[in-house]
Design a protein around this ligand. Structure first.
Ligand SMILES: CC(C)(COP(=O)(O)OP(=O)(O)OC[C@H]1O[C@@H](n2cnc3c(N)ncnc32)[C@H](O)[C@@H]1OP(=O)(O)O)[C@@H](O)C(=O)NCCC(=O)NCCS
Length: 173
């Protein structure tokens, strides 16, 4: 599960510390910050994964999205559904211009999530990162705000679902 992501499995105490710290963030005020949202099954209430949106650049209105799902809940579209909700946050609330996803070239399931979300493949970087003891290659995906608004991404969201994240563009603090 952690093969293609930066983190490693965390001990419970470290998870609790982060839940009380950065993972509890509901407001993003500065570039470099982000939100991590739990993915919970509506029918069971079980936590099955998380999706992350980082605000990379204020000037470029640029964000990066990522997703992790518990293997026992994969193959049912949950990661795509959750990430789609986060695209609403990115474009409709944060007013970002561009959202990217960086995926290890070997991570086919994750690339399929990016493509299902409507992100375009933009670049294949060869041996660009020393990652977990080896040189790795990545495929970069992106979606622009006008592509999101033009209906490139089919949407069947239940509007009653709202994430806690608030817009840096519309921050009232
Ligand atoms: C990447 C990851 C989130 C993808 O999980 P996933 O289960 O394949 O993604 P989804 O939950 O969106 O499910 C999509 C699959 O469910 C299938 N599916 C079944 N029923 C579905 C439904 N009702 N609606 C949508 N898709 C459905 C889709 O066809 C798709 O299968 P396919 O890719 O074989 O075509 C998961 O493999 C993971 O957590 N990996 C480890 C962490 C990681 O690498 N993260 C990404 C770093 S860039």
């Amino acid at each position: 599960m952690c093969r293609y992501i930066y983190s490693e499995p965390l001990p419970l105490a470290a998870i609790v510390t982060r839940l009380e710290g950065p993972w509890s963030r509901q407001r993003v005020e500065h570039e470099g910050e982000g939100v991590s949202l739990a993915v919970v099954r509506r029918d069971t209430g079980v936590l099955i994964g998380d999706v992350v949106l980082m605000w990379l650049s204020e000037r470029d209105r640029l964000g990066e999205i990522g997703w992790v799902l518990s293997p026992e809940h994969s193959g049912r579209g949950y990661a795509t559904e959750a990430a789609h909700r986060l695209l609403h946050v990115a474009f409709d609330e944060w007013q970002l211009h561009r959202v990217i996803a960086r995926v290890d070239v070997r991570n086919e399931t994750s690339q399929r999530v990016a493509r299902r979300l409507g992100l375009r493949e933009e670049a294949h970087l060869v041996s660009n990162e020393w990652f977990k003891g080896e040189w790795t290659s990545e495929v970069d995906y992106a979606l622009l705000d006008h592509e999101w608004r033009d209906g490139r991404v089919p949407c069947s969201c239940d509007d009653s679902i709202h994430g806690p994240a608030s817009s840096p563009a519309h921050s009232d603090t």
